[in-house]
Design a protein around this ligand. Structure first.
Ligand SMILES: [Fe+2]
Length: 250
């Protein structure tokens, strides 16, 4: 893992590519939280990295989900399977998809994989704040890439980092509930938070200067093409059929 600042580390072994999100660990010691935890297929890699770095998984009390796409949170189902009991926090409008493993709502169709459901999530939104050691996590609703997207702001040592998931650089499509008008309003709100840095949902293991990135992002909104390239057929049966379309990872 890479320490971004005391109390905020970024997982390094799980590749932050088209299949897995960036994963952050907040706090140290007896109470820690994850911000996103990646898809099921990288669960073992994530567990191995955390174990090798001395993270006690029984101290993982909370998983904060940036949005309800499987590449960002599906491993939570396997933490639960293995007897860990973290609270899983999801923006209200993404909860249905997460709790049911909805093939479209969780962007399962993008990966041509069914998504493991994660039932009994907790709704998170504006005003939520929780401390993990000396570091606080604050939640802000940012409808954008999905309607239930959440920004998590983590602050310490003069740095104020906004973890924005795919709202910081992600695909737009009605099938996943994206809304460009709300997206622009959300980024305007994020600009008012006076962040020093932001992080992408699929970015490098480093922090990115906030002001210039957010300006660039606002310019880019409205220019997004269909990130999923080719849509599944209208009568596609998610229970029986293999999608017969190709996709391009973003
Ligand atoms: Fe996403």
């Amino acid at each position: 893992m890479k320490e971004l600042f005391p109390g905020l580390r970024q997982v390094a072994r799980v590749p932050s590519d088209g299949r897995s999100s960036t994963i952050f660990i907040v706090g140290e010691g007896k109470t820690i939280a994850a911000i996103d935890c990646g898809p099921a297929q990288y669960y073992q890699t994530l567990k191995d990295e955390l174990g090798d770095e001395g993270v006690d998984l029984s101290a993982l009390t909370d998983i904060f989900v940036t949005h309800g796409h499987s590449d960002h949170y599906e491993a939570a189902a396997l933490f639960r399977r293995d007897g860990y009991t973290p609270n899983v926090h999801v923006g209200e409008l993404d909860r249905y998809a997460v709790e049911t493993g909805d093939y479209f709502g969780t962007a399962g169709f993008f990966y041509r994989q069914h998504t493991l459901p994660v039932p009994e999530t907790l709704s998170i939104g504006d005003g939520y704040v929780e401390s993990f050691g000396k570091v606080a996590v604050r939640a802000f609703e940012i409808p954008s890439h999905t309607m239930g997207s959440i920004a998590y702001v983590v602050e310490n040592d003069g740095l104020k980092v906004g973890i924005l998931g795919d709202a910081a650089w992600g695909g737009w499509h009605p099938l996943i509930g994206s809304d460009l008008d709300k997206w622009e309003e959300s980024i305007e709100m994020v600009q008012s938070l006076d962040l020093t840095h932001v992080s992408f949902g699929h970015g490098p293991t480093e922090l990115i200067a906030a002001k210039s990135h957010l300006r660039k992002l606002r310019r880019q909104i409205g220019k997004y093409a269909n990130a999923y390239d080719i849509l599944p057929p209208i009568n596609f049966d998610q229970n029986t059929a293999e999608p017969a379309y190709e996709y391009t990872a973003v």
